[in-house]
Write a new protein. Sequence first.
Length: 516
Amino acid sequence: MNTIPYGIEDNDDRLKTLSIYLQALNSSNSGVIITDNLQPDNPIIYCNIAFEKISGYKHDEIIGHNCRFLQEQDRSQSERFILKEAISEGKECAVEIRNYRKNGELFWNELYISPVFNDQKEITHFIGVQNDVSKRKKAEAELKEEKAAAEKKIEERTKDLKENEAFLLSIIETVRESLLVLDSEFNVLSANRHFLNTFKVSTEDTVGQLLFELGNHQWDIVALKDLLVKILPTNNPVIDFEVEHDFPHIGKKIMLLNAYRVEFEGQYKDKILLAIEDITDKIEVDRRKDDFLSIASHELKTPLTTIKGLVQLLQRMPPENASEKYLTTLEKVGTYVDRLNNLITELLDTSKIQSGNIELHNEPFRIEKTVKDTVENLSVATPGYDIKISGNAGATIMGDELQISQVINNLISNAIKYSPGSSKVDVYISKVGDFIKISVKDYGMGISPHDKEKIFERFYRARDIQKKFPGLGIGLYISHEIIINHKGTLWVESDLGEGSTFSFTLPIMKDDGRGK
């Protein structure tokens, strides 16, 4: 019978346990090394498979080396001194250090070392556990770069915003218009210098105050409250809202208000921009100009009427044996007297419109007859033009027939005047809903988009037109005001070189059912 010496079974168990530990270490994803602290230079005496994969070195190329061989020439890292100090003092230590694989490729090593003590409390070994954290370090570096780039962009953006703010403030302070910024409760957040100077107030008395309480309630204006409280919330922006107010200290002011409620998100949300244009002096200048036109027109009208009568008398009673040249000259004088008379009449009409003294003699009339009569008279005066009427409204209008005839006359005369290369004008009559529509189409030079916006303004004439054709630019203004006073609208459609179509509508008083 064989016997097993004492202690052999214990050794086998230990070997089995050690084998399990080694298998566990080789199964780990973390690199593990063991160094012998009792030998000079603390050489590596064990490494697992994961460490071989991380470093790129084989087992035989690792054993016997000090761990610093992984840093190659990159030995000025502060982490090396931290490791050296920890080993010298026998302490645990954790660092992230740059290492290099066998092929020279950099990788970041997250290293944790811990001392191993024997029964006499001597440090016999160090165990090092390490992980390749290159991906995390790369992500951290990219995040740092992105953060730095974002911070730089924010810094640049902040600088731009400050520069833009300074630029805008300089513009606001130099514009010749009063500007206020209000919050949603109509408290003044800022006021430019022009506002302070115009209304004789200080910044301290304005900023932070309720608009309607400024200047001891001088701004408690009913029309202003209507604009901000009733109109602006449903009509944003409000343009050219006229307000007249008598300020106790600075007198009567006529103001044009432009209000805009800011609706985008951010620090400016629910703010109101209020621009105030003082047009008191402009209104006074226009009034004086209108007074001058009215007086001058009246003063010219009397002698011109006398001249016209004398010319007509000479035409009816020419001297015996009057030459053809005499008669032709007299006819030309009569023509120019009529032209001057029409011009003075238009100036008088303009003056009446501006002063609100234009009178309407409203009576029912047939619009087709008015158009036909006006066209017939123009055809006699301009025999070389083909003025064609088409369409039918079959409606009766309540209005001043003479003024409506004046509008039609103006539109057709302009169509002839501004179409030097054409002899054709089309007039179209139609019924549109409860309105009649009259359109006058020419085949002339057309109107630019810029001029179309202002063509109905008093005394406005397009640059190209005023160079080639005489006139004051009041015919369309008078026509526009006449149509407005008749509760209608007047507009133009045109392209340069393609001719123009002027159209106006008038409300129908009575429909006889014949309109198409």
